[in-house]
Design a protein around this ligand. Structure first.
Ligand code: NZQ
Ligand code: ZN
Length: 381
């Protein structure tokens, strides 16, 4: 095992922590507050941010959409450049935080910001940013990843850079009170798949990473079982913390990582507008079956440690069935039914997009070719 690990984001966790924003941004900064479609105006989060920034000079950019588009974000980039803003505060879910990361990097680059997503430009600087999380799911509040969509070409691509990792993240579970059930469920499912992408590979002797991954999966399983308790402080706090820990770099350190479910899922979102988490539930069971030969031992481990299943010759398959049942218990579909044209056309379209985006060798061993992706889609659509 060999790795470097640092997570430099300061976490301010707990009720009424939004006030701590005051202390994390020096008063000399000119701040851009960036947010989404307005949920923060309706649930009091905006007012708390305004209160925390009362001694700061700040301006705002609203309207970052779910699955943020470069078309919208480039308007924020122009604002940052025009007004020489030098700190960004993202207030929202993964889309707003990812969007803020793009703006932070693109504002320090003279070329076309989309170059960052196409890996034609390597980020060497970015405007510092902080985050007030309003939807626990992606872990974006304390990681270095960002996913941005180009509406014009339906390309949904990701970039990673330590320069865009938030300096601090405020995680007040009270903000979740206004989340619709659909988004709470998305949070459970996205975090679940994040753990799986870093756990369901080949076996390793990484006892800490495996054990912690299993603890996170068990936590998510309990939260799903206790979904009727979602209006309690403990339930909210546990989901917020679990989703954060699922993708903050720790459980993926020094172990193989997959991410093929995400790569294929992103195409479903870009083409058909499927919620990110729901795209993963559609692809993952089919992918696990397709890759059963290499993932069998780890699936068996998950079956025993997470689902409490007994040993049997078909344990790995029973684990995949248990994962499917977990999604179904949350009324999350595991097959795609809404697409344009015929099923065959949908499969062709997704495979074509994967090829266009260079996703020709996915998974922990780069063993998932376009043909495998086609097979995976044939069993998921
Ligand atoms: O825009 P507003 O009005 O704020 O409404 C949002 C949005 O409609 C709403 N919402 C957020 N907080 C709320 C709330 N509504 C009521 N009360 C609140 N407290 O929820 C809707 C969805 O928000 P969004 O940010 O899109 O959801 P999520 O956090 O699931 O983010 C999804 C995006 O993150 C990317 C996904 O691909 C997708 O684009 N990901 C980012 C990752 C990362 N940076 O590490 C990893 C993930 O795998 C993922 O790919
Ligand atoms: Zn995800």
């Amino acid at each position: 095992m060999k790795f470097s690990y640092v997570n430099p984001t300061v976490i301010e966790f707990g009720q009424r922590q939004i006030a701590s924003v005051t202390n994390h941004i020096a008063k000399h900064h000119k701040v851009l507050v960036i947010y989404g479609g307005g949920s923060i105006k309706r649930n009091g989060v905006y007012d708390q941010v305004e209160q925390a920034l009362q001694e700061h000079q700040w301006t705002e950019f609203a309207g970052v959409e779910p699955n943020p588009t470069v078309e919208t974000l480039d308007k924020a980039v122009a604002l940052v450049k025009e007004q020489q803003l030098d700190y960004i505060l993202a207030v929202g879910g993964g889309s707003v935080i990812d969007g803020a990361k793009y703006v932070a990097a693109a504002a320090c680059y003279d070329g076309d910001g989309w170059d960052i997503l196409e890996h034609k430009h390597t980020i060497t600087e970015a405007i510092p940013l902080g985050a007030v999380l309003t939807l626990p799911a992606t872990g974006s509040e304390s990681n270095s990843g960002s996913v941005v969509t180009k509406r014009a070409t339906k390309a949904k691509l990701a970039f990673l850079s330590p320069y865009v990792q938030p300096k601090f993240a405020v995680m007040d579970p009270d903000v979740m009170k206004t989340l619709p059930d659909r988004q709470l469920i998305n949070g459970i499912v996205d975090a679940w798949v994040h753990v799986c992408e870093q756990y369901l590979t080949h076996t390793s002797k990484a006892y800490v990473q495996d054990g912690y991954a299993e603890a996170l999966l068990k936590s998510l399983k309990s939260l799903a079982q206790d979904f009727d308790k979602r209006d309690s402080d403990d339930w909210r706090a546990n989901l917020m913390w679990t989703a954060n820990q699922a993708l903050n770099g720790l459980i993926g350190s020094g172990v193989a990582q997959d991410w093929a479910t995400h790569a294929i899922g992103h195409e479903l979102t870009a083409l058909y507008g499927v919620d990110h988490a729901r795209s993963l539930a559609i692809i993952q069971p089919s992918l696990l079956r397709n890759q059963m030969a290499t993932k069998q031992a780890k699936l068996e481990q998950m079956g025993i440690e997470v689902f409490g299943l007994e040993h049997s010759a078909d344990l790995a398959e029973r684990t995949v069935a248990a994962i499917e049942a977990f999604y179904h218990s949350l009324e999350v579909a595991t097959s795609l039914t809404q697409y344009n044209g015929t099923r065959e056309q949908a499969i062709d379209d997704v495979v074509q997009q994967l090829e266009l985006h260079g996703m020709k060798a996915l998974g922990e061993s780069q063993a998932i070719t376009l043909n495998h992706s086609r097979q995976i889609l044939e069993n998921a659509i």
